[in-house]
Design a protein around this ligand. Structure first.
Ligand SMILES: *Cc1c(COP(=O)(O)O)cnc(C)c1O
Length: 387
């Protein structure tokens, strides 16, 4: 039985997979079981920050695997403490809770926000406002937080206490925060799964103003936008404000599962022993990998991300079949005349892996992709868009 047949028989059918079985790679180059090469403009959905099998990351991970793979949170281990310190030093946040995924990072943010509000204001002030068209994860609670009706069927009853504001409409945010039952506002600075939609400066400033005035916590979901993806360490940094909570995952581990919930000044003492936990959270191998990634997301690399972004945009803007380009840094959405599934299939045929987000082509290449690879891949993408 070959690999795809085995999946067909034994793996839960939750994904519409492309008929490719990837078995290896180096940087932005991947190869499948038949030896066919691909240039990767998806990074396993913004996960492989430095591409496949990055040597420094590999060294950090294997060194830790040889030392100790897990110890439980009943004891101290080295890497998670180091990683928490580095995250706090680079952001100004005060404490970090580690989990294993983006959904769990958001679960922790929701729990921390509700606990903060409960301890300070008592019962009932628990509503969390998120945005229409957002995506916050696949657990029952993070689905409830996700502002898309299609996710709110079949699996009910869902967690209560979420309301949805219209993105980029400050008046919608104002009216939803008037009732006094609001604990937090949670949002992505660029809606990823929703189709790469950037929040406007005006909207973000209004959210911050309301948050400051009413002690409504501002939670920024940086699961996809974080860890250098947009040309800053975290995308909120483009807007010049301090969130109360930042959640991240995907690119932080460079390919290993990790989630992190960064708690600001107001929340630094909110979580106490027994209030939250995770068996694998802070796993030393995942944290060693993340330390290798995070320590190299410096201003030089961020400039490189910005330049590569400018290159992609300059190649595609005004090119045949391209209607618009959204996003920031190496998180770009390209609205095309041709159906996105045909473009993806055409690119695969020619050895380029791209993603979709709703109706758009979505690009999330490794931050370290070479200009040579980028040039080749963008030329092929341009051809396929123009068909
Ligand atoms: C992917 C994603 C999540 C969910 O992350 P998982 O690791 O799949 O649980 C949450 N929020 C955003 C913005 C995402 O892009």
């Amino acid at each position: 039985m070959d690999i795809m047949e085995t999946y067909g028989e034994f793996v839960a059918n939750t994904y519409a997979r492309f008929p490719i079985c990837l078995i290896g790679g180096k940087g932005a180059e991947l190869f499948d079981e038949n030896g066919k090469l691909y240039i990767d403009l998806g990074s396993g959905i913004a996960v492989n920050t430095f591409g496949a099998t990055d040597e420094k990351w590999q060294q950090a991970v294997t060194d830790q695997a040889k030392r100790l793979q897990h110890a439980s949170n009943l004891y101290y281990t080295g890497p998670s403490g180091e990683l928490a310190r580095m995250l706090c030093e680079k952001t100004g946040m005060k404490k970090v809770f580690f989990s294993n995924s983006g959904a769990e990072a958001n679960e922790c943010a929701i729990k921390a926000a509700r606990r903060y509000s409960f301890l300070k204001y008592g019962e009932g002030r628990h509503t969390i406002i998120t945005l229409k068209n957002s995506f916050h994860g696949r657990t029952i609670t993070t689905l409830a937080a996700t502002g898309q009706e299609t996710f709110h069927t079949v699996f009910g009853p869902f967690t209560e206490g979420f309301k949805f504001a219209e993105p980029n409409d400050p008046s919608s945010l104002r009216s939803l925060t008037e009732s006094g039952d609001c604990a937090a506002i949670m949002m992505e600075m660029i809606q990823g799964e929703g189709g790469i939609y950037n929040l406007s400066r005006e909207f973000v400033e209004e959210a911050k103003r309301i948050s400051d005035k009413k002690d409504i916590l501002l939670i920024i979901d940086e699961v996809q936008t974080g860890n250098g993806r947009t040309g800053k360490l975290y995308s909120y940094m483009h807007y010049g404000f301090m969130p109360d909570i930042v959640t991240t995952a995907k690119g932080l581990g460079g390919g290993l599962p990790i989630g992190a919930t960064l708690l600001g000044e107001k929340l630094k003492d909110t979580l106490i022993p027994g209030s939250h936990g995770s068996t694998f959270g802070g796993n030393p191998i995942c944290c060693a990998g993340a330390l290798s990634i995070l320590s190299r997301l410096d201003s030089k690399l961020m400039e490189e991300v910005t330049h590569k972004s400018e290159y992609i945009i300059s190649e595609l803007i005004g090119s045949k079949g391209v209607k618009s380009i959204s996003g920031m840094g190496l998180m770009l959405g390209i609205e095309c005349e041709r159906p996105v599934k045909d473009i993806i299939a055409g690119c695969i045929e020619k050895g380029v892996l791209v993603l979709s987000a709703k109706e758009k082509v979505r690009l999330l290449p490794p931050l370290t992709i070479s200009y040579d690879e980028l040039k080749k891949a963008v030329a092929i993408l341009k051809e396929e868009i123009a068909v």
